[in-house]
Design a protein around this ligand. Sequence first.
Ligand SMILES: Cc1cc2nc3c(=O)[nH]c(=O)nc-3n(C[C@H](O)[C@H](O)[C@H](O)COP(=O)(O)OP(=O)(O)OC[C@H]3O[C@@H](n4cnc5c(N)ncnc54)[C@H](O)[C@@H]3O)c2cc1C
Length: 428
Amino acid sequence: MGFNSGLDMERSYYAATASPAPHHAPLIGEVDADLVVVGGGCTGLSAALHAAERGLKVVLLEGGRIGWGASGRNGGQMIVGLRKGPLELVALYGRERAKALFDLAFSAWGLVLEMIERHAIDCDLRKTGHLVCAVSDGDAAWFEREVECLATVMDYPHARMLSATDALDAVASPYKGAFFDALGGHMHPLNYTLGLARAAVEAGVTIHEGTPALRLDRRGGIRVETPQGAVRARHAVLAGDALLAGIDKRVESRIMPIGNYIVATEPLADAAEIIPSNAAVSDSRFVVNYYRLSADGRLLFGGGERYTPRPPADIQAFVRPHMEQTFPQLKGRRIDYAWGGLVSVTTSRFPHVGRDGEVYFAHGYSGMGVILSTLAGKLLVEAMSGETSRFALFEGLNPMPFPGGSALRGPLYVLGMLWYAMRDRLKH
Ligand SMILES: Cc1cc2nc3c(=O)[nH]c(=O)nc-3n(C[C@H](O)[C@H](O)[C@H](O)COP(=O)(O)OP(=O)(O)OC[C@H]3O[C@@H](n4cnc5c(N)ncnc54)[C@H](O)[C@@H]3O)c2cc1C
C-alpha cells in the first residue's frame, strides 16, 4: 500500500511503536452510503466517526494505510489556536470575530481530550503545555503582546511570558524568552489516529484501505470511483490533505505540500535535563524547529524544510545539524529513526474548510493540524446536518488559491519561501 508510505514512514518511531490495528480490505464492487469520506487521517476519521454517531451510513476510502499520512507521522505537538496568533487575528478580523475564531480553534483541545477519554485511546498523552521560544528580542517582545491580547481580548488566561532565565529552566537551550501556554502538550499521533479509526469502526463506519479515490462524479448524485469499485452517496468529504490529487482542482489549488523532516534519538538518560518542563516546544524561526520528548525518553526533533519535491537523500544527516545547533550537548548522540512528511500550507496559513454543494472539504492546517483536524472533521458533519454556525466561521477564512493553481503553485511559492528562510538566517 504505497499510496501514503513515502518519506520513510516505515522507518519512523511511530510505525515502530504503533498499537496493533486491523487491516481493512480494499473496496471491491459498487456500494451505497449516506456519506463517502476520502482520506483516513484525523480529518476524515473524525468526520466519519461523528457522522456515524448521528446515524449516517459511512464508507471511508483510504488510498494507503490508515494514519500513514500527516496524521500519523507529525511532531505530535498539540497546540491551541490557529497558525496566526491573536494579534494578527484581531488586526485582520476585529475583536469580536477574532475571539469567535480563537474560541472555536481552542475547542479543538477539549474535543481531542474528550475523544481520547471517551474512546480510551492509549496515545502517550502529556498535558504539559506548549512553549514557543523566541530567537530574537523582537520576537520576545511580540510574544509579550500576544500573551496580553490572549488575556484581555480572548479571555484566555492560560498563557504567560517566560524570561530568558525561566525559559532556560523549561528547555536547555538559550533563547531570548518564551511564550508558554499551560494548555496543549503532546501525544503519539499515529496511535491517536488508529484509536479514532477503531472508534469509527465501532460506531459502524466501513473502512477500506488500499483504495484510492480516482474520480469524483457529481452528475446525478455523488459517485466516487476506485480501482475496483465505487461508492454512491448523498454527501462526500474530501480529507486527503497534501496527498489529494486529481479529484477536485479547485480544492487542491488552495494548498501547497512542503516536505518536513523529523528524527528520534536513542532513549536519553538525560532527557529530563534537555526539556525539564516536558512541554511541546517550537521556536520562532520561519523554518521552525520543533521538538519534544517521547514517552520512552527520546528527543523527537523536527527541523528543516525543503521546497523541492525531492526529499533529502539522507534525512538523518539533513535534520541532525538543526538538532545539534539547538542542543550542542546532544552532539554525536545516536539517532534511531528518521522520516518525513508533507505539511500542507495555505496562502494565508488559515485552514481551508468549506463545501461545494454536498462535497465538503477541510485541509491546509499549515502545521497546526494535530488537534484542528479532529475539530474540522466534526464541523463538516455539523454543516451536513444543517448546523452551520461553527462551520461558517472557518469557512469564512477562505484562503486564496496559490497563483497558477495546482500546476504553477510550486515554483512561485518556492521563491517566496526561500526569501523568508533567508531573512530568518539574518535574525541571528
Ligand atoms: C512532518 C510533519 C510534522 C507535523 N507536526 C505537527 C505538529 O507537531 N503539530 C500540529 O498541530 N500539526 C503538525 N503537522 C500537521 C498535521 O500533521 C496535519 O495538519 C494533519 O495531520 C492533517 O490531517 P488530515 O487528516 O487532514 O491529513 P492526513 O493525515 O494526511 O490524511 C489524509 C489521508 O488521505 C489519504 N488520501 C489522499 N488522497 C486520497 C485519495 N485520492 N483516495 C484515498 N485516500 C486519499 C492519504 O493517504 C492520507 O492518509 C505536521 C505535519 C507533518 C507532515
